[in-house]
Design a protein around this ligand. Structure first.
Ligand code: NAP
Length: 307
């Protein structure tokens, strides 16, 4: 074991914690009582703000176990010469799998169908008809690493794919739309897969939901901050859109009671990358970044601002 101190600023998975403990002196959430720790480990939702960074005089690296790093004040870290790393790509498959699963669950009403059988209601008649997903129009808000993998899977379902992002991507064959509202107006399913943070806050607002329309289904596997949750609840209650499937929420782990009560909504507890295989790969990459940094090398996957 080295004499390097690592501060676990978030709840770290047991797998990752064991790997960290084998090599470093790990302080779990010690910053809450003793801010004099030395290096950082975080998850995408962790708040690593300028105040915390300022309290860690020997801080060298913030290693995020996740691809999203909207909780980290990267500008404050850079100003101190602290490098921020994350774990892109290794989770693309899992998040894309979940996005497709949520689309199917919302369209075919699988959670409701499961309850229908368990509660013995099948004995009194068939379930109401659901909606078809294959062959429908899919709008992807975000055409980055994960968006491209979702699109690839959706092609196999015969879906017609459109997308929006800050700029058009010449390397993909899908139709580009200038903004989320125009894309929504053209889509039966709208899947949100952009980063969180100030640039995307409430990108999916009442106007976008109106454009998606009464047959439209919204799927959010990005960050809760990207969708105006109040506008979403209102749109669902008034039938402005048909349904939603959500993995992320504005104030996790709290999910509004009105959302939890709606039968046309499918809810999962932020499990986009939550498989043993992928969390293992994420932990390996996060560890590799730390090892590289502490052996004087450049970490493999710095966030773009630190490249
Ligand atoms: P990425 O490769 O950086 O792609 C992000 C995409 O979002 C790019 O196409 C980008 O467009 C677009 N974008 C960024 N800001 C935008 C804006 N203001 N308006 C429109 N489009 C915008 O990221 P990724 O690896 O695909 O991951 C995306 C996000 O998924 C992560 O940041 C994370 O928050 C979330 N995620 C969630 C889970 C989960 O458990 N549910 C798991 C993993 C990731 P440009 O290329 O034109 O800039």
């Amino acid at each position: 074991m080295t004499d390097i101190d690592v501060l676990a600023a978030a709840r770290v998975s047991p797998l990752y914690l064991a790997a960290l403990r084998a090599e470093y002196a790990v302080h779990e959430r010690l910053h809450e009582t003793d801010p004099g720790a030395f290096a950082e480990v975080a998850q995408g939702e962790s708040r690593i703000d300028a105040t915390l960074i300022g309290q860690l005089p020997a801080l060298e690296i913030i290693s995020v176990m996740g691809v999203g790093y909207d909780g980290v004040d990267v500008a404050a870290a850079k100003a101190r010469g602290v490098i921020v790393t994350h774990t892109p790509d290794v989770l693309n498959d899992d998040v894309a799998d979940l996005a497709i699963a949520l689309m199917i669950c919302a369209a075919r009403r699988l959670p409701a169908a499961d309850r229908y059988v368990r509660e013995g209601r099948w004995e009194s008649g068939a379930m109401p008809l659901a909606r078809k997903m294959s062959g429908q129009r899919l709008g992807l808000v975000g055409m980055g690493r994960i968006g491209k993998v979702i699109a690839h899977r959706a092609v196999a379902f015969g879906m017609q794919i459109g997308y929006t992002s800050r700029s058009a991507k010449p390397d993909v064959p899908y139709q580009y739309f200038a903004n989320a509202a125009e894309l929504a107006a053209h889509s039966a399913f709208l899947v949100v897969i952009v980063p969180g943070g100030s640039g995307t806050r409430k990108l999916i607002d009442a106007d976008v939901l109106r454009s998606l329309g009464a047959k439209g289904i919204l799927v959010n596997v990005s960050r809760g901050s990207v969708v105006d949750e109040t506008a979403l609840v209102d749109a669902l209650e008034r039938g402005v859109i048909a349904g939603a499937a959500l993995d992320v929420y504005e104030n996790e782990p709290h999910v509004p009671a009105r959302l939890r009560e709606m039968p046309q909504v499918v809810l999962t507890p932020h499990i986009g990358s939550a498989t043993a295989e992928t969390r293992g790969a994420m932990a390996d990459l996060a560890m590799r970044n730390l090892r590289e940094h502490f052996s004087g090398k450049r970490p493999s996957t710095p966030v773009p601002e630190c490249c």
